[in-house]
Design a protein around this ligand. Structure first.
Ligand code: F0G
Length: 384
C-alpha cells in the first residue's frame, strides 16, 4: 500500500542515483558525492520493496567497513574479516532493518511503532521514530539491557517500558498489542527488517568480489542470519559466480535453543543482546545453516569475553560482548574448513559497538591508575 508522499523534509525520497553512487554521467566532485555515505534504501533501492517516490526515514545507515583482522587470520589459518556493524548511526546492525521497517510504517500511515528488545532494536527504533516524528515504544527486560542502549532509547524520546520478565515474554506481549491496536510492530518478525538487513550481504560480496567461504554470526532472535542468507541467495540467483557462503551461527551456552533443539525457559548470558530462549525466526535460521552446509554451536561466557578482549587489544576493534560471540565461535569451533582446502575467506559479523556496554568493558579491563599531579609521581607510575 502506498500512501501520499510526505511533505516532511526529513522524509526525503532517495535522489535516484545509481548503485555505485555516481551521478548521471559518471562525474564525481571530490568532497561531495565521493565521500558521502548514502542511506541503505537509496543505495539498494533496486533490491528493496521501495519506490523512489516513497517517504524514506534514513540516518545514512549501512556501508559499514569490512576490516581485515591479521591476528585473528593467523590464529585461524584463513583470511578473516570483521564486518563492523557498530559503525551504523545508532551503533548496531539494527539500523539497516529499522530504516526499512519505519519507512514502510510511515508509508502506511502509522503514527506509532513498538518493539520488544534486548536493547539495540530499542535504540534503533527510538532514533528512527524520532526522525520520522512518530511515537516510539519499547519493551525491554528490566535490568538486563546495557547502559548505552538504554541511554539512547531514552534520549531519543521513546517510551521505555521495563518488563519484569525476559525478552521472549516481551516479544509475545508486543505481538498481542500490535494485533489489537493501531501500532506497527517493528521486531524482526516484520519482513521489512529482514529486507534491510539482507543488504549487509550485498556489501560484503561487493567488497570481496563475490568470493566468501563462510560467515560467522551471533544468533539471538535469528532475524539477522535469516536476512544474510536471503541476501546471499538473491545475489547467487542473479549471478551463480557469486559464492554462497556457509552460514555458521553461534549462540551463548546459557541461551542456546538452536543448539539444544528446544526452548530455553530462563536464558542467561553476559552477552545480554542475545539472551533469548525462543527465537522468532527459528526455522529460517536452521534452514540457512543446514541449507548452506553450515552449522550452529555455542560458546561459554568466558570464551565470549576472551574474544571480546582479544578483538579490542589485538585487532583494535571494540565490539559489544554479543558481537564477540562470532569470533569466540570461530576460534573454538572453526568455520567448517575442510583439511587441505585452499586458503579460505571468512567474515565475522560484529553486530554492535563496544560503547553500547561500558560496564562490561570496565569490568573486563585493568583499573585506571591514580596519580598525584607531579613529575615525580608520574615517573614513578610510568618508568619501570
Ligand atoms: N548481536 C547484537 C549486538 C544484537 O543486539 C542482537 C539482537 C544479535 C546479535 C542477534 O541478532 O536477534 O537477529 O539473531 N538483538 C535484538 C535486540 C534481539 O532487541 O536488540 P538476531
Amino acid at each position: 500500500m502506498t500512501g501520499p508522499a510526505s511533505t516532511d523534509p526529513r522524509l526525503a525520497p532517495p535522489s535516484g542515483r545509481g548503485l555505485d553512487g555516481a551521478a548521471e554521467g559518471g562525474h564525481r566532485l571530490r568532497g561531495t558525492d565521493s565521500v558521502r555515505r548514502m542511506g541503505l534504501i537509496e543505495r539498494y533501492i533496486d533490491r528493496l520493496p521501495f519506490a523512489p517516490s516513497d517517504p524514506i526515514v534514513s540516518l545514512n545507515e549501512g556501508s559499514t567497513p569490512l576490516i581485515h583482522a591479521p591476528r585473528l587470520s593467523e590464529r585461524v589459518g584463513a583470511d578473516v574479516y570483521l564486518k563492523y556493524e557498530g559503525l551504523n548511526p545508532t551503533g548496531s546492525f539494527k539500523d539497516r532493518g529499522m530504516t526499512c521497517a519505519v519507512s514502510a510504517a510511515v508509508r502506511e500511515g502509522a503514527e506509532a511503532v513498538i518493539c520488544a528488545s534486548t536493547g539495540n532494536t530499542a535504540a534503533a527504533l527510538a532514533a528512527y521514530a524520532a526522525r520520522a516524528g512518530i511515537r516510539g515504544v519499547v519493551l525491554v527486560p528490566d535490568g538486563k539491557i546495557a547502559a548505552g542502549k538504554l541511554a539512547q532509547a531514552l534520549m531519543h524520546g521513546a517510551e521505555v517500558i521495563a518488563l519484569r520478565g525476559n525478552f521472549d515474554e516481551a516479544l509475545q506481549l508486543v505481538r498481542q498489542i500490535a494485533d489489537a491496536h493501531p501500532i506497527a510492530l517493528v521486531n524482526s518478525v516484520n519482513d521489512f527488517r529482514i529486507e534491510g538487513q539482507k543488504c549487509a550481504a550485498f556489501e560484503i560480496q561487493e567488497d570481496l568480489e563475490g568470493q566468501l567461504d563462510a560467515l560467522c554470526i551471533p544468533v539471538g532472535n535469528a532475524g539477522n542470519i535469516t536476512a544474510y542468507w536471503k541476501g546471499f541467495r538473491e545475489l547467487h540467483a542473479e549471478d551463480p559466480s557469486v559464492s554462497l557462503p556457509r552460514m555458521i551461527g553461534f549462540q551463548a551456552r546459557g541461551a542456546n535453543p538452536l543448539v539444544r533443539g528446544e526452548m530455553v525457559a530462563n536464558p542467561e548470558t553476559v552477552a545480554s543482546a542475545i539472551r533469548i530462549g525462543n527465537p522468532a525466526r527459528w526455522e529460517e535460521a536452521m534452514t540457512a545453516m543446514t541449507g548452506s552446509g553450515g552449522s550452529v554451536s555455542d560458546v561459554t561466557d568466558e570464551e565470549i569475553l576472551d574474544a571480546y578482549r582479544f578483538l579490542a587489544r589485538e585487532e583494535g576493534v571494540f565490539c559489544e560482548p554479543a558481537s564477540a560471540t562470532s569470533v569466540a565461535g570461530l576460534l573454538k569451533h572453526g568455520a567448517g574448513i575442510e583439511p587441505g582446502s585452499d586458503r579460505q575467506r571468512i567474515v565475522c559479523v560484529l553486530t554492535g559497538h563496544g560503547l553500547k556496554d561500558p560496564q562490561t568493558a570496565m569490568d573486563e579491563s585493568t583499573p585506571v591508575i591514580p596519580c598525584e599531579p607531579s613529575l615525580q609521581a608520574l615517573e614513578k607510575v610510568l618508568i619501570r
